[in-house]
Design a protein around this ligand. Sequence first.
Ligand code: DAK
Length: 258
Amino acid sequence: MTYENILVSTEGAVGIVTLNRPKQLNALNDALMDELGAALKAFDADGNIGCMIITGSEKAFAAGADIGAMATYTFSDVYKGDYITRNWELIRTIRKPVIAAVSGFALGGGCELAMMCDFIIASENAKFGQPEIKLGVIPGAGGTQRLPRAVGKAKAMDMALTGRMMDATEAERAGLVSRIVPLEKLMEESLAAALMIAGYSQIAVMAAKESINRAYEGTLSDGVMFERRMFHALFATQDQKEGMAAFVEKRKANFSHQ
Ligand code: DAK
């Protein structure tokens, strides 16, 4: 597939997708979301890839869903066309870890896209917001659900009802981003994290992601039981034998992802 709205590359075992509509501050239109989904799916299916990064430009990760494209949509357009669910939700089906490397604006659908990733590394100039209220709508790609889970009800209400932006420091303090790095180190640090993850057992990494995601969608006791069974299951892998043998033998583990 050839891409017109994203750039796709690899660094070792890491797949990188760069959102690339610079004139529109990476506003997310249907074509871009289709391409993003296809690129992530291809990386997920590629045994040589262990982790992915989604990033944007220095000025904008993504300034939201494309307002120009949306402006004339009718209810029947979005409902019948399954707008958002049709392609955006595909990101949730990706089983390997996806890191959002965010600099500049992550607004509306851009903030929601970052929150669909497994964690967010932000540069010092990152700004997060759900300003849809200013456009006469509400967040429609999970913002009203993922933001309160990440930052709590008070801040989520504040953000979604006033439409104000949160800077990187506030976002880290609130738990929305995992770390802040200098702008010029964003890709270096994100890549280092992704390469580290890709160096571990893919099976253990996927099991960790699946288990943590359970924390959002079920009860504590069901989540703990799911985690326990996954933990038990990992003793059936060659990677568990290798990882523990390497520790005992004081050498680096060489995982085969089996
Ligand atoms: N869509 C389309 N174009 C955009 C855009 C966007 N979201 N954001 C920026 N642009 C374009 C601008 O129109 C401008 O284009 P030209 O005029 O040069 O042709 C260019 O990018 C540069 O933007 P600015 O000139 O405005 O740059 P500034 O540095 O002055 O300001 C800004 C940057 C990010 C503060 C500003 O552009 C801004 O406020 N942008 C809009 C941010 C926003 O409101 N984002 C939320 C979008 S709404 C739904 C599901 C989901 C959604 C809706 C419905 N359903 C299920 C039905 C989601 C909605 C959203 O995400």
